[in-house]
Design a protein around this ligand. Sequence first.
Ligand SMILES: NC(=O)C1=CN([C@@H]2O[C@H](COP(=O)(O)OP(=O)(O)OC[C@H]3O[C@@H](n4cnc5c(N)ncnc54)[C@H](O)[C@@H]3O)[C@@H](O)[C@H]2O)C=CC1
Length: 372
Amino acid sequence: MDDVARLLKESWTLVEEDRERLSAHFYARLFLLDPELRKLFPVQMTGQGDRLLEAIITAIHTLGDPESFDEFLRGLGRDHRKYHVDPEHYRTVGVALLDALRSTAGDGWNLEYDQAWRDAYAVIAAKMVAGAAADDNPPFWHAEVLTHERYGPDTAVLTVRALQHPLPWRAGQYVSVEVPRHLPRVWRTYSVANAPNDDNVLEFHVRTPAGAGWVSGALVRRVRPGELLRVAAPMGSMTLDRESERDVLLVAGGVGLAPVKALVEELAAVNRTRWVHVFYGARTEADLYGLDGMRELVAAHPWLSVTPACSEDPDFDGELGDIADVVARYGPWTTHDCYVSGSARMVRATLRVLAEDEVPPARTRYDTFGDL
Ligand SMILES: NC(=O)C1=CN([C@@H]2O[C@H](COP(=O)(O)OP(=O)(O)OC[C@H]3O[C@@H](n4cnc5c(N)ncnc54)[C@H](O)[C@@H]3O)[C@@H](O)[C@H]2O)C=CC1
């Protein structure tokens, strides 16, 4: 797969500046090939192109790591059951994708690239179909909103109860969420902010400024207790290595706290011997919406510490600066299992710090949401 990976990355550079044209071409071709497919997508396609491209980029980036590549695509296949996608649709998507790549890349495209994308797409589709076929769960769960708390104008913490069946997620994973009442057929992913529990209750942390993020906007500003959401299959590999005896570093930026909190909750059930250090960054003190909750966990668990930091609040009585720099100041983290969650820039910066500390990549877990 090494050669294919090189060809994919090389050919991707021909189109990456032109993503809008690529996705416009892709969807135009897709709906021409099979007009019935249009019904599976939201009425308003704004933002939909980014979703497709993010998944492609993530797949390309994980090619060199067969285990993550496999897990990512099987998860994506399970997740796509919510769209009622069947194996035949994958063939049509492959044709539209190749066609869009060829016409967007223009003269730089060649037969080698074409073959590499065909081969890679065949593997991607086969893994997604296999992931979907192996899943006995429903394509999605209906989930009732139980609580909804606002933290300032942009942030909300909500809990929902998955109805029908148990929803089998692992701490650190994320799920797609739809708000059918306000935005039918538009799905966005959110990390689950609590560990699995017998009540089938999931917690989400959502932040979006006014006017941005449709699903997030609805989740922060419109959704009320009693409303029904839909939640699809859990995905992601930022899960706890329970076999490991190493100490743990968890780094969260903003609502990236969600999976970190879930991991701490899971550790609370099993851990006795590992020191666990949480670094939790936000722009201002007011943005540290989850700090009180984390301090409660610290009070209950002697192995846990939390270091909050603010990057744009000189008056904050604690660590100042970007969370990655704060983590660097407390290092080295060479002997730890490390988990990183936040914006792509924050994750990139933190991964650089850990690389400088020579933390082996296999001991660093994070989820690539596309643009790392
Ligand atoms: N599993 C995951 O990785 C999850 C990721 N997220 C992502 O986390 C982000 C959170 O956004 P907000 O709450 O608005 O927080 P934010 O984007 O305001 O982040 C604030 C924190 O990130 C740090 N940061 C920002 N840019 C940085 C840089 N270039 N270098 C180093 N540190 C940097 C700041 O120092 C601060 O600690 C969103 O992009 C969301 O998609 C959210 C949940 C889960």
